[in-house]
Structure formats: structure tokens, C-alpha cells
Unconditional design. Structure first.
Length: 465
């Protein structure tokens, strides 16, 4: 059932895609053209068959009428008898009656009641003498100068069979044409999809840090070749900007972190040398603020580097249960000291490709957020599950705090976003921003949802970008 649902979902996705619409449009156009041509051929062939039968009957009628005008009624009867006795006359229907409707000669037992004595071409089911079932016959009727009546016709059974053969042949040709058309449309769609997929693969590779990747071009100067050249030019510019960003961030990290580190060292030395309690309290506050500044600086730089794609080429298959157990070992004591319990829910699952250090840092930030907002005396849950047959990994941190209202969750994800207007609570407003940047590095996202009560923050990571 799951495989059927997956196939149905992929078919629905294909139908909604641009390639799917192209294939559908190409198939529809060819369906209309082929159907119209084959329908025209079928109608034309059927009309030709009917026209040939009608021409045969009219020629025979004209010949018999000429015999009657030139040689009289006895000669006409001899001509009718001769026509009916030949092999070519097997399909011919002839009937000559007098003015009162009595049969003089012919292969019909009586004049058909539904046919007037002077009637143009029409098709009707009649019994020929010697036949036990009716057959379709195309006939015309004329009144002679003597007052006698002549019915001239031809059995159209063979013509109808030939028409049905034409129809069957054209139906088979139509089905084969549709199958061929669908195959060609799908082939063209695959060619276009392959071109687009090559561009998308390059973009995805660049998104995870492979800035040296470029779209292959063939120099044909077609639309795809021009698109590839434009994208390559854009990637060259991005590569140059990211290189400048790397140089700037590395220099910024060195230029800013070093003074902060020296400030912390000076404060620690001053604290060791002073005996004044008030001075010690002041130095302790300075020390805490310096440490917070150092942490904020490190986190902000880590977010910038992560959003720039650094580390995207270091995704390694990782055992998720081991990762969570390591986090429990590191942060479990801190959680317990804060009056909580850290619960781990990690079923057996295959290894998943991710950046272990960045994901661990993001989860650590989410645990810190949970400690800051959870209600005392309860537990914080760290859980993991795989979705869509291993394509996605969801790692969640859940608490029982007040949560975040749905209309404020977007603001909470912003860098330095704080839902505490007075900023009286500790924190830098970078925890969720880092988690979101790490999720995007893995082609995923962060989801904030109600935990009933509390907040459930989920890192949703994609396994194959």
C-alpha cells in the first residue's frame, strides 16, 4: 500500500510539474492531429466506397433504361436476365414489375413497400430470392415510359465489410500512433528533464558548498546553453563574493575574538588580584558579559559561515542513536542540575548523512532554549525519526514551557530575534537562527509546533539533496 501511495504521489507530482504539462500538451496536440487525420481518412474511404456502389447502380440503371427506350420491354427483360446470370451479377439486385406491381422478372419476390416507384438512391434491408436473411442493399427506382417499374440496386454487404476493415485498420493505426506519440512525448520530456536536472544538481551542489561546480555547456547557443552560461557567470560572481566573505569572517573572527579573549583574561587576572568585594562583584558581571559576548560572536560567525554553505561538503553517514546518546552524556548533567530530566527517544535506523558538529551545536542551542523556558520539575525530550522511507530525518527537542504563539514563530527564527521585549531573560536570540541555518545546509528546515503544552522544535533534514 505504501509503495502504491508513493507511486501515486510521484504521478501527481509529475502531472503538476512543467515537464508533465509539456508531455501532456504534446500528447494532446498529437492526439488531436492524428485523430483528425485518421477520422478524415475513415470518412473519406467510407464515402468513396458508397460512391463507387452508387456509381455502379446508376450506370447499370442508365444502361437498362437505354435498352428499354431503343429496343423495347422484351429486350429489357432479356438484358435483366443476362445481367443476373453472370458472375458479376452476384451483387446486383434487379426487379421489373408492370404498372399494377406484378413481378415480370428479377431476383426480388415483390416490390418493397417502403420504396416509391420513383426514388433516388437509398439503402434498405431486403430479402433476395434464395436468401433466408435480409441484407443491406443500395437501390434506385424508376418508372418506364410504358408504365412499368424498374428497381436497380446492389448488395452493400461486401462494401460494409470492407468499410469495417478500414475502420479496424484505422483504429489500430490510431492506437499505435497514440502509443508512439506518448513515447515520443515522454522521451522529449526526459530530455528536457535531464537538462533541467543537470542545472538543478549544479545549484544543489553549490548550495551545500561546492562552489567550484559549473553547468556543462555545449556551445550550441540554444536556450539551455545560454541559461547555463548565465548561471555559470552568476556562480563565478557568487564564488568571488563567498571568497571575500570567508576572508572577511576569518579576519573578523581573529580581530574581534582576540580582544574579547584578552578582556576575559584581564578580568580574570583582576579578579584574582583584588580583595574588594564590590570590585569582585563588578568584575564577575564584566566576566559574564564578556563570556556572553564571546559566545554571541562565535555563534554569529558560525551562522554566517553555515548560511554561506561552509561545511556542506562534510556530510558523513552518522548513527543517529549514537549522536543523541553523546548529546545526553554531555548535556544530561547540565539538564539535571537545572532540575529537569533529559529523555532520549531514538529507534534503530540506518545511518543518515549530516554534518555532525553543526547538528550537535544546533541541538545544543535548542536544549538551552528548552532549559530557559520549560517548567521546572519536568523533562525535556530529545527524539529522532525517519520520514518518507529514509529521505528525511526529523530530530526534535520538546519541552513543557509556555511555547511560542503561531503568529510569533517567524519572528523567533530571525537573527537576534527575542520574544521578550524587555530582554530581561538571558540569551542572544541566535539559538533558533543557528538551528535554521544548519537545517538549510541540509536542504531542510526547522519546524516549530505545539507540544501540548510547550514547544516542539524539529530539525527536518533531507537525506539526498
Amino acid at each position: 500500500m505504501a509503495s502504491k501511495n508513493s507511486i501515486a504521489a510521484r504521478l501527481r507530482g509529475f502531472a503538476r510539474s512543467t515537464i508533465g504539462r509539456f508531455v501532456g500538451l504534446a500528447f494532446l496536440c498529437q492526439f488531436i492531429v492524428s485523430g483528425g487525420v485518421l477520422l478524415f481518412v475513415q470518412q473519406a474511404s467510407q464515402r468513396s466506397i458508397v460512391a463507387a456502389d452508387r456509381q455502379t447502380v446508376e450506370s447499370l440503371r442508365d444502361e437498362l433504361l437505354r435498352v428499354e427506350r431503343v429496343h423495347g420491354l422484351p429486350a429489357l427483360q432479356r438484358a435483366i436476365k443476362g445481367r443476373l446470370s453472370t458472375v458479376r451479377g452476384e451483387r446486383i439486385v434487379l426487379l421489373l414489375t408492370d404498372a399494377q406491381g406484378r413481378v415480370l422478372i428479377g431476383n426480388l419476390g415483390a416490390w418493397p413497400a417502403t420504396i416509391a416507384y420513383d426514388s433516388p438512391w437509398q439503402t434498405i434491408d431486403l430479402y433476395r430470392i434464395g436468401n433466408d436473411r435480409p441484407e443491406p442493399i443500395g437501390v434506385t427506382a424508376d418508372t418506364l415510359s410504358s408504365g412499368d417499374h424498374l428497381l436497380t440496386g446492389i448488395a452493400t454487404t461486401n462494401s460494409l465489410q470492407l468499410s469495417r476493415i478500414y475502420e479496424e485498420a484505422l483504429s489500430i493505426a490510431f492506437v499505435m500512433t497514440l502509443m508512439l506519440t506518448l513515447g515520443i512525448a515522454i522521451l522529449l520530456g526526459r530530455v528536457l528533464a535531464r537538462q533541467v536536472s543537470a542545472i538543478a544538481d549544479t545549484a544543489n551542489a553549490v548550495a551545500v558548498g561546492a562552489l567550484d561546480r559549473r553547468v556543462e555547456t555545449d556551445g550550441s547557443a540554444d536556450a539551455f546553453d545560454q541559461l547555463g552560461q548565465s548561471i555559470n557567470a552568476m556562480l563565478e560572481r557568487i564564488d568571488a563574493l563567498v571568497t571575500q566573505l570567508r576572508m572577511m569572517t576569518d579576519g573578523l573572527a581573529h580581530d574581534l575574538k582576540s580582544p574579547v579573549t584578552r578582556l576575559i583574561s584581564v578580568v580574570e587576572q583582576a579578579s584574582a588580584q583584588t580583595r574588594d568585594d564590590m570590585a569582585l562583584d563588578a568584575l564577575e558581571k564584566v566576566h559574564r558579559e564578556a563570556r556572553a559576548l564571546q559566545s554571541m560572536l562565535s555563534t554569529a560567525l558560525l551562522i554566517s559561515r553555515t548560511e554561506a554553505g561552509f561545511g556542506g561538503d562534510r556530510l558523513l553517514d552518522t548513527d543517529i542513536r549514537t549522536l543523541l546518546r553523546d548529546l545526553e552524556e554531555v548535556y544530561g548533567p547540565l539538564v539535571e542540575d537545572s532540575g529537569f530530566a533529559l529523555a532520549i527517544e531514538a529507534p534503530d535506523m540506518p545511518p543518515f548523512p549530516l554534518h555532525r558538529e553543526l547538528v550537535s551545536q544546533a541541538l545544543a542551542n535548542l536544549i538551552d532554549n528548552a532549559l530557559s523556558h520549560a517548567e521546572s520539575g519536568d523533562h525535556i525530550t530529545l527524539s529522532a525519526e525517519q520520514r518518507e522511507v529514509g529521505s528525511w530525518l526529523a530530530i526534535s527537542v520538546a519541552d513543557n514551557g509556555p511555547g511560542i504563539p503561531e503568529d510569533l514563530r517567524a519572528a523567533a527564527l530571525k537573527r537576534f530575534g527575542r520574544l521578550d521585549p524587555s530582554r530581561s531573560k538571558p540569551g542572544s536570540g541566535l539559538g533558533l537562527s543557528l538551528a535554521e541555518a544548519v537545517a538549510r545546509l541540509h536542504h531542510g528546515r526547522i519546524e516549530l509546533a505545539e507540544n501540548g503544552p510547550g514547544l516542539r522544535a524539529t530539525l527536518l533534514l533531507q537525506g539526498h539533496g
